[in-house]
Design a protein around this ligand. Sequence first.
Ligand SMILES: Cc1ncc(COP(=O)(O)O)c(C=O)c1O
Length: 397
Amino acid sequence: MTKLALAERVAALAPSPTMALDAKTKALISQGLDVVNLTAGEPDFDTPAHIRQAAQEAMNRGETRYTPVGGTPRLKAAICDRMRAEIGIEYRPEEVLVSVGAKHSLFNAMMALISPGDGVLLPVPYWVTYPEQIRLAGGTVQFVPIAPEHQNVLTADDIRRVLTPETRGLIVNSPSNPSGAVIGRAQLQEIAALAVERDLWVISDEIYARLVYDGIDAPSIAQFEGMRDRTIVVNGVSKAYAMTGWRIGYALGPQHVIQAMANLQSQSTSNPTSVAQAAAEAALTGPQEPVDEMRREFDRRRRYAVSRIQSIPGLEVHEPKGAFYLWVSMAALVGRTLRGRTIRNADDLALAWLEEANVSVVPGSGFGVPDHFRMSYATSLERLEVGLDRMEALLGE
Ligand SMILES: Cc1ncc(COP(=O)(O)O)c(C=O)c1O
């Protein structure tokens, strides 16, 4: 039999490069190798006990059937309350859609907003999923390099350089994966003004909004004048509450867009898992101390990892203000030889570290910057120390 032909839309689809390296790392670990895995995109903490208990109770109450496609009324109310508390915006339940993780919320939003040929602005570095989702929806990715002197923080000037008459939308991700950069109020206000001026929609991925350090302000672009009705805010419980496996994310925005996204969802996944929705409700309405505890622990690791990286010749990092990643330049190491390997980019360096030193980081090529790598500090301080020792030792040879 001849091999089945694939549809055009998936033939060119790249698998998530971060997942590929994670899989390779896990394969080595399962072979018994002591690999320090700094690739993780998820908290290393357990989901807090009261959240797990809420799921069990929902199950025992018989909440095991279909729910409304876009989420239970109670969860939607909890999301509206939390958004009011966190970003000060009133959303009605009709302006909320609960999906199977924030990634699914993003997918629904892109499918609802992008028509073939639409230009969508994507700041670089970007989270690996955005360009693929934009292309799946038929859009054209318009990469927006961030001026190097701005330490990974997007500005309106960066966007102006790339805008064309075809541009319809903008992706904002603050705090950023991979850079951890947080866009400040003044810069975000200018970006918002530009979006209004050019009549752009904005998808604002705020999944790391609870993980911000040094007490800095991490506003939502939806807060600025003229933005509420042109912004889809995406958030979820995965990162803030250590709930990546539960798969609950949500989108908030203009009712007609949310309704279109719900229609799409009704013909694909239907509702997110009923008991996971009950758990998410408990996360959003219950005690918030676990979030603060996790953030404090991430912060300790962040400061440790930054100081270590800054002391390693050839590596350079700007202190990230949010999320749980360091975005490190290895540009000064390009052209060096390590154990007979020529290091042309961060892919070569990540492979050398994995195969020669048993430590795993994610090369920046998947995020649009081949001379950087991302290392996650969502792992214990002890393991971080071992990993950084190994990285430093190989470079020191
Ligand atoms: C920027 C960003 N958005 C969205 C997601 C996806 O979140 P979820 O696990 O809720 O789908 C991630 C996960 O890595 C992320 O880094």
